[in-house]
Design a protein. Sequence first.
Length: 390
Amino acid sequence: MQNFVFHNPTKIIFGRATIPLVGQETAAWGDHALLVYGKESIKKHGIYNQVTASLENTGIKITEHGGVRSNPTLDHVRTGIEKVQKNGCTVLVAVGGGSVIDSAKAISAGSPVKHDVWKFFTGKKSIKKTLPLITVLTLAAAGSEMNSGMVITNEATHEKFGFGNKRLYPKTSILDPETTFTVPPDYTAYGAVDAVAHVLEFYMTASDPATPVQDRLMEGLIQNSMDACNRCLLVPDNYNARADLMWTATLALNGLTAAGLGRVGFPMHMIEHSLSALYDIPHGAGLSIVIPGWLTWFSSINAVRIALLGKKVFPLAEADNYSDEQMARRTVVKLRKWFNRIGSPTSLGEAGIPKIDIEKIADNAISLAKVWRLQGYTRKRIEEILHLCA
C-alpha cells in the first residue's frame, strides 16, 4: 500500500426526514442562496417545498437557477454565475443528482473570478476560491455529494471534461433515501452502473499490486451496488434498498476507495464522456457500453486482476479449475448480463450509435485523454476499445 492522505471535509446528514435541516446548515455559510436544481421532479414530489420552506424559515434569501440537464452544460453554468454575481449570492444549495451538484460546483468556482469558468476544465487556470455549497441528494450515482470532482459539457466544442480540486467539496450533504423512491427504473440502473464504474476504475488501474484492504472494500461496494439496485428495481420504495444504494454510491467516490492505491486512472470514463458529449446519452448508459469492451481489451494485459474480481464478486465453486483467462472472460460476461438484466445498454448499437462513428468518437476522446494524462491512450487504442464496444 502506498503512502496517502485521506481528508474529506464534507459533513453527511443521512436518513429520513433530514431535508428540513438544510436551512440551518446553509445559514452557517451565507444568507443569500442560489438554489440550483433540475426540471420539475423536485417540485412534483414535494422536495422543492421542503427545501425552500427550510431556507426561508432561517431567513435565507433565495435566487433560483433551475433547468440543469442530465449532462450539465457550460452555458447553463455561465448563466448561474451571472445570477450569483448580479444578485450577490453568498452560498449555493444544490438539490438533485450528480449533474445538479456538478453544475453548482462549477458555479461556485466560477463566481469569484473574472475569467471564463471553462479554463478550470482545460487546465489553464487553477481554483483559488469557491463559494460554499450545500447539497440535497436525490439520485444515487455520481458521488459528487461527497467528493471534490465535477464534470461539465461544453456544447459548442462537444467536449465533456471533468477535474477535481480540494475546494470543491460540499460543506454539508443531506442524504434522505426517500427522495429516490420515485427515481425511474432506467435512472436507478444508470446510477448503480456509475457507482460500479467508479470502483472498477480504481480496482483495475491501481499501480500498487498489494492492497488487500482496499480490494475487499471495493469488491464489497460492487456487490452492494448490484444487490441494492436489484432490490430497488423490484420494490422502488424499499427504504433499506434505496439507503444501501445511496450510501454505496457515495462511498464509491469519496476518496476512501482510492486511498493507498498509488496512481490511478479513469480510462472508461474518459471514453464514455465522448459518448455522452456527442450523443447526449445518460452517463450510466454510456458506461455500461464501455465497461465490457474496456475489460475485454484489458484482459489481454492483466487477466489476473479481472479474474480476482470475478472470483470475489461472482463466486463459483469450481473457480479453481478455471485459468485466469477463462475467469476473466466469465467475469466480463457476468457483468454484461447484469447490465442487460437491469436495462442498461451494452453496445454502441443498442444506444443508436453507428459503428461508423468510432473514429469520430476516438477523435473527441483523445483531447480528454491528454488533459487527464492517460498515457498510452492513443487514438488507435481508443478505437480498438470502441470496436470491442460495438
